[in-house]
Design a protein around this ligand. Structure first.
Ligand code: ADP
Ligand code: MG
Length: 217
């Protein structure tokens, strides 16, 4: 298991929701390989190739929040399982027909295509099933890309519940989740033993994003 030992770097200014990305730390991806050399930006140092980043965890633990902030800084796509599955449901693929599995498989395909082009991708999905996490690791290895797994948790159940119940995502065709939904996923949860970074959503978003950026190196 990987836990950051260095305290997260303070960002210059917290970004308001919906505002343009600020001058936060930026990770150099493959296109930046040349310019990253000799840079004084610590986040550019050592990141010289594509990454497959999987951000998992129970609903309401801040996966999408971290994924979207990371994407703004590293300029790579996020493939969000809920958005893809909602789209499938809108086109008539039911839960009984395996919309969850189909959505995760689509994420794998899209990520594989990104990696094949030498570009990074972030998957935003619960990632409950160990076989799925192993498949994503294998997808990265097959493409010669680095694999980074992040598990989001929320160690404060009251805050976790308040966030689930206060959240309005407005995804077309996708119901807002309830606390019962979270408990239902938790009941089927097997603790992960994968090498990973764990982010606790009781910490500020900026601190978690900074820790995630370090972990991408
Ligand atoms: N570290 C945090 N501090 C404060 N609020 C947070 C934090 N992480 C997430 N949130 C809020 O909690 C809610 C759930 O986060 P979200 O990213 O949608 O979770 P998930 O994608 O895991 O379901 C959102 O309203 C989000 O703004
Ligand atoms: Mg989400």
């Amino acid at each position: 298991m990987f836990y950051p030992t260095v305290p997260p770097r303070r960002e210059s200014a917290p970004r308001k929701r919906g505002a343009a990305p600020g001058p936060g730390p930026r990770v150099a991806l493959v296109a930046d390989r040349e310019t990253a050399a000799g840079t004084s930006d610590p986040y550019a140092r050592g990141v010289t190739g594509p990454r497959l980043v999987v951000i998992g965890g129970l609903p309401g633990t801040g996966k999408t929040t971290v994924a979207d902030e990371l994407a703004a800084r590293v300029a790579c796509p996020v493939f969000n399982k809920d958005r893809v599955e909602a789209s499938l449901r809108n086109d008539g693929v039911t839960a009984e027909q395996g919309s969850w599995t189909v959505a995760e498989n689509l994420l794998t395909t899209l990520a594989g295509e990104q990696l094949r082009r030498g570009q990074s991708a972030i998957l935003d999905t619960v990632a409950r099933v160990a076989a799925s996490r192993a498949a994503w690791r294998a997808t990265a290895e097959h493409a010669g890309a680095a694999f980074r797994l992040i598990e989001c948790v929320c160690s404060d159940p009251a805050r976790h519940r308040a966030r689930i119940e206060g959240r309005i995502r407005g995804i077309p065709g996708w119901a807002e989740l309830t606390w019962d939904d979270v408990e239902s996923v938790r009941a089927r949860w097997t603790p992960w033993d994968d090498e990973r970074l764990v982010l606790d959503a009781v910490e500020p978003v900026s601190a978690n994003v900074a820790a995630a950026l370090r972990y991408l190196e």
